[in-house]
Design a protein around this ligand. Structure first.
Ligand code: BG6
Length: 623
């Protein structure tokens, strides 16, 4: 997972590339580098091990100038995280430089072949073979050399290449990881992610697999690997460039957690008929009548999006009475799955570019299934290949741990479940209206949850010395247990597991003692009999943990005194429908994971940061 950015135009390239790399630093941060070219045939490469600030320091000491160039932030796959292995990589003469994201699977055989032909390698990376292959094929025209090169590569790659011998040109190519081209006024950009260049342009072209882009100071041309010209509609990314700034927050994850009320509201509005409770999904090529034809729903996703899919199963089965299967994209694509034209395949992806999810989507389509995307990035590959998309209006998600995209995915799934239920007539008008009122109340309730952040911070401190944690839930709360555990693992490097609470008695109870904090999702919806049963059972699970001296933190519905009596700590969330409670429950778990980070990263509380961003507070007290 590396980041790529490139610029060609009339401005000095170095500050633009560095700024883009800052936006991508979350993708990789063991080393960084850039190469720029100026008019007098000079190709200047600067690289540094470690964080981007090391590269900035290197450039302060040894400035580089030019009106076009490429940059890279690396997360090592092949070769140690050293300065030598940092991108850009060069050919033998230093005429050609390459930045690359992905893995060249046949690099060893290519390297041996190139070495036998006299090429001298400087690094341990797979990327360096690309530079030497371009050198081998170069006969004065860079795009032709890159075209010949990509045909020899197996694996996945997104790359950008410049050459001293074919100046004022950046050539980019994609086979797997995303490449986006930004269109400015007499300036053009290339990046692995729109957030890297959003400050400069909102007009983007997304490359498909097997395509290249040739950028010059006067234009951007797209073609396929056989040289045939490709025309592509420009996607206008409606995100506000301000959204890619930290805006006074300590880090992007905290900012994005705090944006959830706005994000969920934006994902809901425009899709709901307030008087009738009807759902409108106009953004798709699935006729309204078709929604009642599906006999099965299959949801495919990876990571956090997969956790949303698991919760979506409960929503769709409850409201639409259609059976739902949930798959990891990486499993689905390799096991000859059974889907048909009566299956609606829902693909969930924040980025819309995850390779396994895209491949799984293609597999489902090829078997005759309609695919519907739930996605956050307009114009991304998954949305282009779907019959329709429910866009989550989360805005750019830069924090590597997904937060606001998750709650927006849950919101979109709830809307889809209602839509399917209305089409099937399994959801009547009065129930629809009640559910819609509940949904519309969620952003306000998210504000309430966020306002208690001092509680979560104190609990994060309480968890500080533990090395393991367990998260338990039943029913729709089990996916939230999985997601809570994932956040803690990802952000705090604490070993954490999510487990179905009812399964603890079949072995894992043996692990519980005073050294294992257990977070239990124990909310209840008094209006739902299923919820009451699950709640009672979950209270028994808390008793089991207490009987083994485990420390229990229970997430409960406000006013719940029963859980308070047995748990060591409780986190209260506002009352809501059981199917919507996950959107509220996950927020304290996100914040606890965020506050469990190294103390220097959590100087401001969520409420303080939020106030500062709203302009109401100008100074933030360190904790
Ligand atoms: C992982 C990210 O690499 O990809 C997760 O760390 C994310 O946060 C997962 O959930 C899937 O990504 P996407 O874009 O398909 O939702």
């Amino acid at each position: 997972m590396c980041g790529i950015v490139g610029y060609i135009g009339t401005q000095p390239a170095v500050p633009i590339i560095l700024e883009g790399l800052k936006r991508l630093e979350y993708r990789g941060y063991d080393s960084a580098g850039l190469a720029v070219c100026c008019g007098d045939n000079q190709l200047q490469v600067r690289r540094a091990q470690g964080k981007l600030r090391n590269l900035e320091k290197a450039i302060q000491l040894n400035p580089a100038e030019g009106f076009y160039g490429i940059g890279h932030t690396r997360w090592a796959t092949h070769g140690r995280p050293t300065e030598e292995n940092a991108h850009p990589h060069r050919d033998c003469k230093g005429d050609i430089v390459v930045v690359h994201n992905g893995i060249v699977e046949n690099y060893l055989s290519l390297k041996q072949q190139l070495q036998a032909e006299g090429h001298v390698f400087q690094t341990e990376t797979d990327t360096e073979v690309i530079a030497h292959l371009v050198e081998k094929h170069f006969q004065g025209n860079l795009e032709e050399a890159v075209r010949a090169t990509v045909k020899e590569l197996t694996g996945v790659f997104a790359m950008a290449v410049i050459s001293r011998s074919d100046q004022s040109k950046i050539v980019a190519a994609r086979s797997g990881p995303p490449v986006v081209i930004g269109l400015g006024d007499q300036e053009f950009f290339v990046a692995s992610d729109v957030t890297a260049i959003l400050a400069h342009t909102q007009d983007m072209l997304f490359l498909d697999d097997g395509e290249m882009a040739i950028l010059t100071p006067t234009g951007a041309q797209l073609c396929d690997f056989d040289g045939r010209q490709v025309s592509r509609q420009v996607s206008r990314i409606l995100w506000n460039p301000i959204e890619v700034e930290k805006g006074g927050y300590q880090h992007f994850m905290l900012k994005e957690i705090c944006e959830q009320p706005r994000a969920v509201r934006d994902t809901t509005l425009g899709r709901v008929g307030l008087d009738t409770g009807r759902i409108f999904l106009n953004e798709m090529d699935i006729a309204p009548a078709e929604f009642s034809q599906f006999r099965q729903v299959r949801i495919i996703a990876c990571g956090t999006s997969w956790h949303a899919a698991l919760a979506g199963k409960f929503m769709i089965e409850r409201l639409a009475r259609v059976p739902v299967e949930v798959d990891y994209s990486s499993e689905f694509r390799y096991r000859d799955p059974i889907v048909s034209e009566h299956t609606l395949t829902v693909v969930i992806s924040q980025s819309g570019e995850t390779a396994d999810t895209l491949a799984a989507q293609r597999e489902a389509k090829q078997k005759g299934s309609k695919t519907l995307a739930i996605c956050n990035v307009a114009g991304s590959m998954i949305t282009r290949e779907a019959a329709g998309t429910i866009y989550t209006h989360a805005g750019p998600e830069i924090g590597v741990a997904s937060t606001k995209a998750f709650t927006c995915q849950l919101t979109a799934l709830f809307i889809l479940a209602m839509r399917l239920g209305q089409a099937n007539h399994s959801l009547d008008e009065s129930t629809s209206r009640c559910l819609m009122q509940e949904l519309l109340g969620i952003p306000g309730k998210l504000e309430e949850v966020l306002s208690n952040d001092a509680v979560y911070e104190a609990l994060a401190r309480r968890l500080h010395h533990f090395r393991n944690a367990l998260f338990l839930g039943r029913g729709i709360h089990y996916p939230i247990a999985l997601e809570g555990a994932l956040k803690l693992k990802e952000i705090s490097y604490i070993h954490a597991e999510g487990y179905p609470a009812g399964e603890m008695k079949h072995g894992p109870n043996a692990l519980i003692d005073e050294n294992l904090p257990v977070v239990v999702l124990a909310t209840r919806d008094p209006a739902s009999s299923e919820s009451r049963v699950l709640y009672e059972k979950t209270l028994s699970n808390i008793q089991e943990v207490k009987a083994r001296d485990g420390l229990v933190i229970a997430v409960v519905t406000e006013g719940d005194d029963d859980a308070r009596k047995i748990a060591d700590h409780v986190i209260e969330i506002p009352r809501t429908s059981e199917l919507l409670a996950p959107i509220l429950e996950i927020v304290p778990l996100q914040l606890m994971a965020s506050y469990r980070r190294a103390p220097r990263l959590r100087r401001g509380s969520a409420a303080q940061s939020r106030q500062k961003c709203d302009g109401r507070v100008t100074a933030r007290a360190p904790v």
